[in-house]
Write a new protein. Structure first.
Length: 434
């Protein structure tokens, strides 16, 4: 099949690359000439395991193309995928400027039947709007629109796409449903065909539910701390019940990234528009905002003042295996530490450059974990990168400052830490004091 993907951000690039890898001819279109030139030379704008290799492989095998020319990209396509950004407006609602601009350009260039699929996360009703914009500009209705939300996670985006658990296809016609079902056949996945509004809602409801699971376990963690219980074991015990499931029950310093924070706020906005007060989801967000401050609270309880303290922040990206700093807890935490007059050294295996751009200028970025922790009084673990989980605690215990560890991602078992002469505070578990 011939597929045109518009927008080479996370979703567009990963989907385009994966659709080409399963044998389609894919053209990815973006307005950014520099990005397209780079992609044509195998230079990938984001860090995502396995992506670069697949870009190079499929470009060399002439199944994957990159261009700034929308008309050329969509002319031979059976399916056009819209995967442009839907950033958050001040009010929390999704900004549809880019989606609408793309719909207009598609309309201006649409001559024969195609299925136009929205993969960007868009409020319920957006595909109808896309349809009316396209027909306004092309002057006919010989096309279908469809919603095909994506469920990939940054850091494991290729794996998630190649091994997708389900494909949700929201359509108005059997023809579009059949074409998109065929496109997904090689993934050997469960395809659910539904109406457009339902597909749009499945995406928001899924992200809101996962965010709810995280805030729920974080609340349980905070209670566990007061009752001397261990939240990791509580989560494990809960997860043994199939109806609950073990995933997304890792307590920590809350969720970040480009999706949960934005999509939960957007769903509250969407609910408000139909006069529904989504109070549960409002609490989920409130709990998350508080949770991002937990390590600061713990450090203040322990030290009273953080002024002049040397703090090493380990893991700056919003989660492991990505250089994405959007809504990362490290931003809120380092801003708060700066206010308290602490000296901060941050380390991240991959996100050093992206971190430099968004963290306060007072944060020094270290080249290695050793450099970050060498004169630390406090170590705060913010992201559970493997390199951080592999940290040699012998080495930490031998440091001159005898740093106190505040672990926001429960990277180590209490039994393991207990073998060292260390003070260790984590989330939802008893503290270990020397
Ligand atoms: C999320 C969803 O998991 C994807 O299904 C969805 O497609 C994507 O949003 C999207 O809408 O594009 P992502 O934001 O990339 O994916 O990353 P997650 O792995 O979901 O993690 C989000 C945040 O939750 C991270 O900050 C992570 O540390 C935190 N988290 C996750 C927890 O605190 N506890 C958990 O148990 C799981």
């Amino acid at each position: 099949m011939n597929v045109c993907v518009i927008g080479t951000g996370y979703v567009g690039l990963v989907s385009g690359v994966c659709f080409s890898d399963i044998g389609n001819r894919v053209t990815c279109v973006d307005l950014d000439e520099n990005k397209i030139n780079n992609l044509n030379n195998g230079i990938v704008p984001i860090y995502e395991p396995g992506l670069k290799e697949l870009v190079i492989k499929n470009t060399n095998e002439e199944r994957l193309f990159f261009t700034t020319d929308l008309k050329a990209g969509m002319d031979d396509a059976d399916i056009i995928i819209i995967a442009v950004g839907t950033p958050e407006k001040e009010s929390g609602e999704a900004d549809l400027r880019f989606v609408e601009a793309v719909a207009k350009s598609i309309g201006e260039n649409l001559s024969d039947y195609k299925v136009i699929v929205t993969k960007s996360t868009v409020p319920v009703g957006t595909n109808r709007r896309v349809k009316s914009i396209i027909s306004e500009y092309c002057g006919h209705e010989d096309f279908d629109v469809a919603s095909n939300p994506e469920f990939l996670r940054e850091g494991s985006a290729i794996y998630d796409t190649m091994n997708m658990e389900r494909a949700i296809i929201g359509v108005e016609s059997q023809k579009a449903g059949d074409l998109l079902t065929k496109l997904h056949e090689p993934f050997d996945t469960t395809v659910m065909v539904t109406d457009i509004e339902t597909a749009e809602m499945i995406k928001y409801a899924s992200n809101a539910f996962l965010a709810t699971k995280i805030s729920f376990i974080n609340e349980i963690a905070n209670i566990c701390e007061k009752l001397n219980a261990n939240v990791m074991d509580v989560a494990k015990g809960m997860g043994l019940d199939d109806r609950i499931g073990e995933k997304f029950l890792s307590a920590g310093i809350g969720y970040g990234g480009s999706c949960f924070p934005k999509d939960t706020k957007a769903l509250i906005q969407i609910s408000g528009e139909v006069e529904h007060d989504f109070s549960l989801l409002k609490s989920v967000i409130e709990v998350n905002n508080k949770q991002q401050q937990r390590l600061i609270e713990k450090a203040l309880n322990r030290f009273d003042r953080l002024e002049g303290k040397n703090v090493a922040l380990l893991g700056l990206a919003f989660k492991p295996n990505t250089d994405d700093m959007r809504e990362a807890a490290s931003i809120v935490i380092s801003e708060e530490l700066v206010k308290h007059g602490a000296n901060i050294k941050g380390f991240d295996p991959i996100a050093k450059d992206t971190a430099k751009k968004v963290l306060p200028s007072e944060v020094m970025i270290a080249e290695s974990i050793d450099e970050a922790i060498q004169d630390a009084d406090i170590i705060m673990i913010l992201t559970d990168w493997q390199e951080i989980k592999d940290l040699d605690l012998n080495k930490v215990a031998a440091l001159p400052g005898k740093p106190v560890i505040f672990d926001g991602r429960n990277c180590f078992s209490l039994d393991y830490v207990g073998q060292f002469d260390l003070e260790y505070h984590s989330i939802g578990r008893p503290s270990l004091v020397e």
